[in-house]
Write a protein that binds this ligand. Structure first.
Ligand SMILES: [Zn+2]
Length: 197
């Protein structure tokens, strides 16, 4: 028998970690739809790929893997909760996101962890080599949500961010990695320290 806390508890750790690092400024949350993160003192615009999810002023209709409407070097942070696993080319997306940040901007990623009996529990974790191939082939983004294309647990997610950092010439510092069991996920905060190669 598991005890699952209510929706407020589910997002509490997400918000606590976000608030330690993100202290204000202009940023995006990619595809939050009905569950956005409200970080105190921040101006957060929401990016949605589905026109039906663009319901309020200030929201952006764009593909979160591409962010074609967002100028390079313009943001203090990007938040993406349960989003990277939906992208065709997660490494390419991280590189794109880094390019949209100002120096010392924050990338806040939250990934589902298959070890916590998510919908991915019976799938294998995706080998890094697979995502490297997606990156080298410059795999084009999907036009609508394709579902979960890539699967991680805590070990492979940590390794993934270490390997991506090496691949891109150490553009970030991995300043936080934690496991959030009530919400079946891993929480990752990256600080941009240089442009990706
Ligand atoms: Zn893939």
């Amino acid at each position: 028998m598991h005890f699952y806390p209510d929706a407020n508890d589910l997002t509490r750790l997400r918000l606590t970690i976000a608030s330690i690092f993100i202290k204000g400024g202009d940023g995006l949350e990619i595809a939050p739809w009905e569950n956005p993160l409200f970080v105190a003192g921040c101006n957060i615009r929401h990016v949605e790929i589905n026109p039906e999810h663009v319901t309020q002023p200030g929201q952006i209709l764009d593909n979160g893997e591409v962010l074609a409407t967002v100028p390079a070097g313009s943001l203090d942070f990007i938040i993406a909760c349960h989003v990277l696993e939906h992208f065709e080319n997660p490494i390419g997306a991280i590189r794109t996101h880094l390019g949209k940040l100002k120096p010392h901007g924050w990338l806040y990623y939250i990934l589902p962890d298959k070890n916590f009996k998510t919908c991915d529990q019976f799938r294998d974790t995706t080998p890094f080599e697979h995502m490297l191939e997606d990156y080298r082939n410059n795999k084009p983004p999907a036009r609508s949500d394709p579902g979960h294309l890539h699967v991680w647990n805590d070990e492979t997610a940590y390794e993934f961010f270490v390997e991506v950092n090496k691949l891109l010439g150490h553009p970030y510092r991995l300043v936080h990695f934690s496991v959030n069991p009530p919400n079946l996920e891993n929480i990752i905060m990256l600080e941009k320290v240089r442009e990706a190669k």
